[in-house]
Design a protein around this ligand. Structure first.
Ligand SMILES: *[C@@H]1O[C@H](CO)[C@@H](O)[C@H](O)[C@H]1NC(C)=O
Ligand SMILES: *[C@@H]1O[C@H](CO)[C@@H](O)[C@H](O)[C@H]1NC(C)=O
Length: 287
């Protein structure tokens, strides 16, 4: 028998035995997290893939498995459209697959499981808006209208659903308020989006709004709205964000001026020193 025959056979056999999707198993997704705010939901995981791809598959207790982000080389996937039944509890599989030219779906691919996720209970409620606010004519009450955060989901009319359209009566708002001249904070709650605060006549007030989902045990409170202060000349939004930007701007200008002043001073100093040195040299030369 020719000595090369067993070698040829062996390499033939190993080629036949080669699995369709590559010779080694790619790493599985780990640290899978659901990032969800106002029902916009992104699935995130690690590690970044090298030489392989991920595919996400999601099912609820009341819905069948659906694939999305097929063959992604990323480590996140927007699954908002697959978790629209907000009271359902979803689980995700993340498949790891070596990228090949071969037909896929022939064999069982390795995958990892996410934690279960229920949008109604787990999506974070974002900042509410302050739509309007107004004192009554004798300045004893402040009327505030709160704007619901909107969700990515659409009403049949095509406009975006707000969180009110999803939570309905299971959503209340609290206004935290204080006199502009003091820090004693009070609060007032409402089951609607409008609220009336009793205020001291002639005083200016600052306030912010926060939503609460009473049925929840965790993540009950929303993010806080911006702080709004009433002004002397009627009502005005006092956006702390803008105030901060202005402060940073002023600080930047001051720093730049300082640097300019410092470099001018240094330059003059050096020039003076050089002149003095030149003088010294000259006087030395004369000796
Ligand atoms: C998963 O998370 C842990 C803890 O945050 C971290 O130490 C680890 O590096 C993460 N795994 C990957 C593959 O990034
Ligand atoms: C979701 O569940 C809550 C109670 O947990 C219920 O009040 C609400 O109507 C349900 N919403 C939908 C859309 O099924």
């Amino acid at each position: 028998m020719a000595p090369w025959l067993p070698l040829l056979l062996a390499s033939c056999l190993s080629w036949v035995a080669r699995p369709a999707s590559g010779s080694s198993n790619p790493p599985l997704a780990v640290n899978i997290t659901w990032s969800s705010i106002n029902f916009k939901t992104i699935l995130e995981w690690q590690p970044k893939p090298v030489d392989y791809v991920y595919t996400v598959e999601i099912a609820g207790k009341r819905s069948n498995w659906k694939k999305t982000c097929i063959y992604t080389k990323g480590t996140e996937c927007d699954v908002t459209n697959l978790v629209q039944d907000v009271n359902d509890t979803y689980t995700a599989h993340i498949f790891s697959e070596v990228a090949t030219e071969d037909e896929i779906g022939v064999e069982e691919l390795p995958y990892s499981n996410s934690e279960p996720f229920t949008p109604y209970k787990q999506t974070i409620i974002g900042k509410p808006g302050i739509k309007s606010f107004q004192y009554n004519t004798d300045h004893t009450k402040l009327h505030v209208v709160i704007e619901d955060p909107s969700t990515p989901y659409k009403l049949p009319s095509g406009t975006l659903k707000t969180i009110r359209e999803i939570f309905k009566d299971d959503l209340k708002y609290t206004i935290y308020y204080w006199r502009a001249s003091s820090t004693g904070r009070k609060q007032e709650s409402t089951n609607t989006n409008e609220i009336e605060i009793h205020v001291d006549k002639g005083e200016n007030y600052c306030f912010y709004a926060q939503a609460t989902i009473p049925s929840r045990k965790e993540l009950r409170n929303s993010q806080e709205s911006q702080i709004v202060c009433t002004g002397h000349e009627g009502n005005s939004f006092n956006d702390y964000g803008i105030g901060m930007l202005v402060a940073i701007g002023i600080a930047a200008v001051v720093i730049i001026l300082l640097i300019v002043a410092l470099s001018v001073t240094l330059y003059k100093c050096r020039k003076l020193k050089n002149e003095e040195k030149a003088k010294e040299n000259k006087s030395l030369n004369y000796i």
